[in-house]
Structures are given as structure tokens and as C-alpha cells.
Design a protein around this ligand. Structure first.
Ligand code: SF4
Length: 435
């Protein structure tokens, strides 16, 4: 499913000792910043042929045992830090896998532990999202999620055409997708989002437009539209390698993107990120945090977390003021993860993490560019430079910006750099040229 944190391929450092990696998720420079919490639930009913997310198919899921394990992790990641140093919890995102398979009572126990540990509450407007599949979301389950504090669901509709759902290996049909969306709305979930996949072989721009319109016509306030990508290590990847997977050509994919854009913006949604549309105020705050470079605590097996640290732990020389950070990843397999959470408190973080990647300020600046250019608001380069303590407008970046501007690939408004919607398809390349 979607909305994972930005991925990275290598973790060169060995697992940290608990002294290298303080157990508390705390901003060490004392600033009160926003952050989100991501909780990974790793199981699905079946593996989709295009999926390269960490998900497992298991005959039985120990809902209670996995919730207990995540709560043990919360205890050590949240414990000890004073709330003022930690920042403000903006959002909690249950992703997967298929977290709508998780017993709502156990998901609620985890949510309570996160709120207790990190200080967020519904009264503070905490956004709490659960990714759902139509096969595991009916009105009763949606109401149970609302009861435990969930404010937003993101439903993996993917298509409203049975033949495309079969091609994607999904377990639901179009009728099931519609029923799940309607159930969530009837149950009173405050905000309901639906995912669509486009760029499928044989899909005309008119088809793409019609599906998007039908989906938003169900009453959704947020739609995510993702291009089908073929990843190595997946069943589609293997079929493509052998030349046995029909694929849409690039021109057709671009036409579908434009058709969806026209349909959804025409229906009153704002295209606020390359793949995301929302009615005013219904943007996904959790994902906006990723795109803006906010910190996030990752909980559960295979989850990534990111925390900012001041270099040299508080030594304030000119260089030491450059803010850097760490990204960690938890052990991937659920069994090893659950076992690791049973380690004594002092050793638990080191047991749970299998990698800690140090990030210098220049790396964070490149990530800010890559992610910030994905959103309509763009990136304030002066502010990012000040925040990270590195130069923003280097001579090379100025030259690249001029080159891109002349070609209509970026717009410069004072310190703000943004990609115009007409050039969003090339956002990754645009960002890379600004590195
Ligand atoms: S339901 Fe989502 S996470 Fe699970 S296999 Fe399919 S795409 Fe992957």
C-alpha cells in the first residue's frame, strides 16, 4: 500500500548501541517541532503482483501479540524525553500491509500508547489515518475504528473496473470497492481518501478520467493517484523481465495523468502534490510532514524513522550548528521484531533497529528539494538553508535553476522554488538537477 516514508537503499552503519542512539525520540536542539508517528502492520490477505512493500501473508495473525510488541517499542522510544524537547505530534499513520485487518481494539491500544507516549490527542486535532483494503472494511469495522479515535481512512480502491482489478491481482471487485467507500462514509469517518492506480495497459485517457470522476463522485474528500510502476523483486517485475507483461507506453501514461488532473480539479479538488488531490483542509497532514522534511517516529517491523540532531551533540561551533539527522529502520520480519521488543528496556532500541543511517545537512537539503518540489507550495530554499545550516543558492544550483526556469520546469518566486503543474511529470529529474 502507499504512503511509506521516503525510502533509501543502504544502511552503512552497524546497529547502534543504546548510548549512541538515545532511547527517547527527542529533538536534541530544544526546538519544538512537528513530527508524525508511523505504525507498520505487515500482513495482507494476499500479495499483489506489483507490490514491493514489506507485507506477508500469514494463515493467522496474532493481533494482540503484535499490538503488545508495538506498545513495548513505544515505551522505549517515547520514555524519558520531556515533551517540550520532543516537539508536537501532528499525525499517526497506520500503514502496511493491511492495517484494516488489525482488530480495532488492538489498534486502539497502540494508538492510546502512542498518544500517551508522545503527547497527542484528538482534542489537539491529531490526524489518525488507517490504510484499508475493501476486503477488510465494512461499516461495523469502520465504526469500530472511529470509536478508538481514527479520524481518516485511506482505502486501496485502485480501480473501479473489474478487469483492471483482476490484472492488478486485487481480491476485491469494483462493487466491493464502492461498498467499502460508502461504508466508511456511513460510519462517520471524518475524512475518507481513495487510491487509484493509472497507467495500466489498454487504459485510455477517457477511461482514466471516468474512473477518477466516479471515485470522487462517491463523496471522497481526498484522492491519491499513483502511476503503476514495475519494481524488481515483484511478480510483475519478473514477468516484465521475461517480456511477458503488457505495459502502457509513456505517452498514454502522460495522457492519463493529464486527464485525471483535469477531472479531479474540475470536480473541485486541489492538486496539492504530484499524486494527491484534496478538498480544502482535507490534505493528508501526515504525508505533508514527509514532504516538508518533518521528523517521524517509525514503529513496528520494517518501519523507518527519522530524527534531527544537532551535530556534535550541542557543541555550537559554526560547523556544529549544521543540523543533521538519522534515519533508522526496524527489523523487517514480524517474528524477529516481536522477539526484539522483549529485550530489556536499556537494550530494546538497539535490538529493534537493524540500521541507523547518519544524514548530514547536505543530504537533508537534497531530500528537502526532492520532496518539497513534489508539493504545490514548493520549497522555501532560504528557509531550508537556514534551518539546515547549509548554503541554499550555490552557484551551481543558481545555474541549474535558471536553466530549468527557461524551460518552464520550475517557477521562482523570491526564495520559493516550485514545479508548475504542467511539469510535474518530470519532478524527480528537476529535483536531481538542483542537487
Ligand atoms: S494490499 Fe497493499 S501492501 Fe498488501 S500486497 Fe497488496 S499492495 Fe502490497
Amino acid at each position: 500500500m502507499l504512503a511509506t516514508p521516503p525510502t533509501h537503499s543502504a544502511f552503512p552503519s552497524p546497529a547502534p548501541s543504546s548510548s549512541e542512539n538515545p532511547k527517547a525520540f527527542a529533538a536534541s536542539d530544544g526546538a519544538r517541532r512537528r513530527f508524525g508517528a508511523y505504525v507498520h502492520f505487515p500482513w495482507c490477505l494476499a500479495k499483489c503482483p506489483y507490490c514491493d512493500f514489506v507485507s506477508f501473508v500469514a494463515p493467522e495473525i496474532d493481533d494482540e501479540g503484535y499490538a503488545d510488541a508495538v506498545i513495548r517499542e513505544v515505551e522505549v522510544r517515547a520514555g524519558g524525553a520531556d515533551a517540550g524537547r520532543r516537539g508536537r505530534l501532528e499525525s499517526v499513520f497506520f500503514g502496511g500491509g493491511t492495517p484494516s485487518l488489525w482488530n480495532a481494539r488492538d489498534l486502539g491500544r497502540v494508538l492510546n500508547a502512542v498518544r500517551r507516549g508522545f503527547g497527542g490527542s484528538a482534542a489537539d486535532g491529531l490526524e489518525t489515518t488507517v490504510e484499508c483494503n475493501p476486503t477488510s472494511l465494512d461499516e461495523r469495522r469502520a465504526a469500530a475504528l472511529v470509536d478508538v479515535g481514527v479520524t481518516r481512512v485511506s482505502i486501496g480502491v485502485q480501480s473501479l473496473r473489474d478487469d483492471r482489478l483482476r490484472f492488478l491481482g486485487r481480491l476485491h471487485d469494483a462493487r466491493g470497492a464502492v461498498a467499502a467507500v460508502q461504508a466508511a462514509l456511513r460510519a462517520g469517518v471524518g475524512r475518507v481518501s481513495g487510491d487509484l492506480i493509472f497507467g495500466l495497459p489498454g487504459q485510455s485517457p477517457e477511461d482514466a478520467r471516468d474512473e477518477a470522476l466516479e471515485l470522487v463522485g462517491l463523496g471522497l474528500s481526498h484522492v491519491s493517484c499513483y502511476q503503476l510502476t514495475i519494481e524488481s523483486g515483484t511478480r510483475f517485475g519478473e514477468l516484465a523481465r521475461r517480456g511477458r507483461l503488457p505495459l502502457a507506453d509513456e505517452g498514454a501514461v502522460a495522457e492519463a495523468f493529464v486527464a485525471i488532473d483535469e477531472a479531479l480539479t474540475g470536480a473541485g479538488l486541489r492538486h496539492y502534490e504530484v499524486s494527491n488531490y484534496a478538498r480544502g483542509g482535507h490534505e493528508a497532514r501526515h504525508n505533508l510532514g514527509y514532504w516538508r522534511g518533518d521528523e517521524y517516529v517509525g514503529l513496528g517491523c520494517a518501519a523507518y524513522g527519522f530524527e534531527r540532531v544537532s551535530s556534535a551533540a550541542g557543541q555550537r561551533s559554526a560547523e556544529a550548528c549544521q543540523v543533521a539527522g538519522h534515519r533508522w529502520r526496524n527489523v523487517v520480519t514480524p517474528e524477529r521484531y516481536v522477539e526484539a521488543t522483549r529485550a530489556p528496556e536499556r537494550e530494546r532500541v538497539a535490538a529493534i533497529q537493524e540500521g541507523l543511517e547518519p544524514l548530514d545537512a547536505e543530504t537533508l537539503m537534497r531530500e528537502r528539494l526532492m520532496l518539497g518540489l513534489r508539493i504545490a507550495e514548493g520549497i522555501d530554499l532560504d528557509r531550508a538553508a537556514q534551518d539546515l545550516g547549509v548554503p541554499g543558492w550555490t552557484p551551481a544550483r543558481l545555474r541549474a535553476a535558471t536553466w530549468l526556469e527557461e524551460r518552464g520546469r520550475i517557477v521562482r518566486e523570491g526564495p520559493i522554488l516550485r514545479v508548475p503543474r504542467a511539469a510535474w511529470l518530470w519532478t524527480d529529474d528537476t529535483a536531481a538537477r538542483l542537487f
